[in-house]
Ligand binder design. Sequence first.
Ligand code: PHE
Length: 360
Amino acid sequence: MDGLDALRAKVLEAVSSAKDEAALEELRVATVGKKGEVSLKMRELGRMTPEERQVAGPALNALKDEVNAALAAKKAGLADAALNERLQTEWLDVTLPARSRRAGTIHPISQVSDEVTALFADLGFAVAEGPQVESDWYNFDALNIPSHHPARGEMDTFYMSREDGDERPPHVLRTHTSPVQIRSMLAQGAPLRVICPGRVYRADYDQTHTPMFHQVEGLAIDRDISMANLKWVLEEFVKAFFEVDDVELRFRASHFPFTEPSAEVDIRCSWEGGQLKIGEGDDWLEILGSGMVHPKVLEAGGIDPTEWQGFAFGMGIDRIAMLKYGIPDLRAFFDSDLRWLRHYGFAALDQPNLYAGLSR
Ligand code: PHE
């Protein structure tokens, strides 16, 4: 058959120089497609003599097979080349760390809570917790603050609303961690040594007050506990917490309905050049409220006040965090500003403990 060799050479040349899969497909249609050059040649077979057909038929079939094979091989080659090109341009360095080195930090409140917990754990105090939405019995009555007592007004309490017609007293957002004293006494009885860190709420907002803040309560109950035990425990705590060798505490007579006698505790400090130094100087800084647990409070906690006594104290975690780490404005604690958090935050893996040093 005439021209077959020329056709083969032309088609194979076109296949091998095809640039992409679309060009290859066009070529397939134009050669072995229904009306392609090779297929049209097949139609000529009908007009041939049997002898001619015997030669031309196999030759045409062979050509068709050869073209199909070349197309398939070229297609696979183009796909490989395309993959290789993607691999060249879209590479990814899997050895890069998945997170930046310091993705997050520990908030000063968490840090200080951990420090306080580590310190009191060393003195034999366990951690107790209670609900933030509290009944007014736990928050007030059981702590010797009956309704209409002026202390209820002083606390700027947030009250939860009841449904219309429900005459029961409303729940409150706890105004202090002292209700956890009652819960711990009822749950564990005497003797007892707990600290109760957690969130508390009062309607107040300025540079040193936010509506939500944090306190830690301390409670120790045993057969012969006195103010002397309270003083020693607080001195040990303040020295260890502020990481100073010596510190002077001043107990100022005060009043809380749930302790008798009651004392507010100040620490000696100086403010030279705006820089706070604990343990030296002529200034005093109030850091907590404390006293001997009132007999009525022990009774509310199911503990016999003729057999047991105890001391209690409560202090602001946010406040001691500001003092220790020189943070001037309490409101920034709760703004979730990443720049503030990076500046004042602590490395995640440095768990505070007494042996390595609390704050490092
Ligand atoms: N609950 C008191 C307050 O919030 C602090 C306190 C606790 C005082 C325990 C005495 C004893 O101010």
